[in-house]
Design a protein around this ligand. Structure first.
Ligand SMILES: Cc1ncc(COP(=O)(O)O)c(C=O)c1O
Length: 487
């Protein structure tokens, strides 16, 4: 098939802002790939095509050279330029089937997990990034220690000792891409050692539950009560490893009581086991200083996992594991094999914020902001829905609301969704039907006015439960778990 200069011209006149030589190469490549220009076709000489298209000859020469280097055309010195056979390729339609379903975008989103992203310290992050780029030695831009830059590990060790009562040295820190990666690496290490069964709190984070199953772990549900995870049930389950959230149980919000802490540490020592301590939002306590972490009391049996997902932004994908010494080498190796290390520039930026005191200052501002939002939400609930019992509001970014006896949780979640309000039901976070239905509500992204409006919608939703169909209920609960729809 001959090359049609007029069609080429139409493509070149389009809205693409790339330089002409690139646009021309793209158009020719597409024509050859789609079969519009068949293999063996002689292309016009650069002089003639330049004349036909009204372009300079240099543009054509460059475009031809580009396509020759990619193998789409062949030019013989002094001879013709011909199109080469390439497998026909068009954008496969079925790729489009792999698009994740559109995420619901409710007017008021009280689902837990996200901090207030508008509080991200853009100016401080930008300033520290500029300083890092100015000062960072070239060598640091290479493949660095996969378990984290020495600079960040030093500052994290200091910070976690100071703020979380951790017991560690920079050597004990493995920098990871968030709690999720830390958990996944530890699980792979456990599986390698033959440990398949892992205790998880019931209820607990639905994303983590599903992650464990996908990794090949058998989660064993351990109930939670007002003192935190039930260690008697853990001991009875005959397992060696547990994942728990001692500082602020997710989602119930209780802190592990002093007696339970002691019991849990004793259990770990007795079975020579491992406590995976998910410290996801421990920085936020409103009535008193944060409780020290368990890791600081028994660094041989506790791996502490934390991240900046709640304090800065989930998008940074930056976190840490404080590893028990006996697991450190395996963990470093797994991190190396997973991704050869986290983004080094971001690590240095975080190290600067920690070093300069800006991170602490940012946290102080956040605590004030979240405390105000929590107070607004709790006050509005007290006024409008006094029979709904609030639990776990002393810290973190969310709380749990127990519903009045007999109120069906799924229908309330769906009725609220119908009013543009997204909340999560407890059932999605549990391995079995919950004893007392409830909803989990984050106030992190809601100004005090929005908290008022959210409670108002809850009031209205609770009066509309009879109108909820099973389809509405399934739709509202199905969309509640982040990225659950991609297999
Ligand atoms: C219980 C729990 N752990 C950890 C995280 C954070 O995970 P990551 O650090 O991978 O962002 C969350 C986020 O919502 C969470 O709810």
């Amino acid at each position: 098939m001959p090359l049609n200069a007029a069609e080429l011209l139409v493509t070149l006149v389009g809205t693409d802002r790339a330089p002409l030589r690139i646009r021309l190469a793209n158009a020719l490549r597409e024509a050859i790939r789609s079969g519009q220009v068949s293999p063996g076709t002689t292309l016009p000489s650069t002089r003639i095509l330049a004349h036909d298209l009204g372009l300079s000859r240099g543009v054509i020469v460059d475009a031809y050279a580009q396509l020759a280097s990619e193998g789409f055309i062949r030019s013989r010195p002094g001879g013709a330029t011909t199109a080469v056979w390439v497998p026909a390729a068009t954008l496969p339609e079925h790729w489009l089937d792999h698009r994740p379903a559109a995420r619901p975008n409710p007017e008021l989103d009280l689902r837990p997990g996200w901090p207030d992203l508008s509080a991200f310290p853009r100016r401080a992050w930008a300033g520290a990034t500029r300083d890092v780029l100015r000062d960072l030695p070239d060598a640091e831009l290479g493949y660095c220690e996969p378990w984290g830059s020495a600079e960040l590990r030093r500052h994290l060790a200091d910070y976690l000792r100071r703020v979380r009562g951790a017991m560690t040295a920079p050597e004990g820190v493995v920098v990871v891409n968030g709690v999720t990666q830390g958990l996944s690496l530890i699980c792979r290490m456990l599986l390698r050692g033959g440990d398949k069964r892992l205790g998880i709190e019931d209820p607990s984070n639905a994303v983590q539950r599903r992650l464990l199953v996908r990794l090949g772990i058998e989660p064993v549900d351990i109930p939670v009560d007002g003192d935190g995870v039930r260690v008697d049930a853990l001991a009875a389950a005959g397992i060696r490893v547990v994942l728990c959230t001692p500082a602020h149980q997710f989602p119930c919000g209780v802190a592990l009581s002093p007696a339970r802490r002691e019991q849990l540490l004793r259990w770990a020592g007795d079975v020579n086991g491992l406590i995976i301590e998910d410290d996801y939002d421990a920085e936020f306590r409103y009535e008193r200083a944060p409780l020290g972490c368990l890791q600081g009391m028994d660094p041989d049996h506790v791996a502490l996992l934390g991240s900046v997902s709640k304090t800065l932004a989930p998008a940074l994908r930056l976190g840490w594991v404080l590893s028990p010494p006996q697991l450190l080498t395996s963990l470093r190796g797994l991190k190396r094999d997973d991704d050869f290390g986290s983004n080094v520039i971001a690590q240095h930026v975080l190290a600067r914020l920690l070093d300069s005191g800006q991170y602490d200052r940012h946290l102080r501002g956040l605590r004030r902001r979240y405390r105000q939002r929590r107070d607004a939400f709790v006050a509005a609930m007290g006024r409008r829905l006094p029979d709904w019992e609030i639990m776990g509001s002393a810290g973190g970014l969310h709380l749990t609301v127990s519903l009045p006896t007999g109120m069906p949780e799924g229908r309330l979640v769906a009725a609220a969704a119908g009013r543009g309000l997204a909340v999560l039901g407890l059932e999605a976070m549990s391995g079995r039907p919950v004893a007392r239905p409830g909803i989990v509500v984050s106030y992190a992204r809601s100004t005090p006015d929005m908290c008022e409006a959210a409670v108002d919608r809850l009031v209205r939703a609770s009066a509309e439960l009879d109108a909820v169909t099973p389809e509405m209920e399934a739709a509202a609960t199905g969309s509640s778990i982040l990225w659950n729809d991609i297999g």
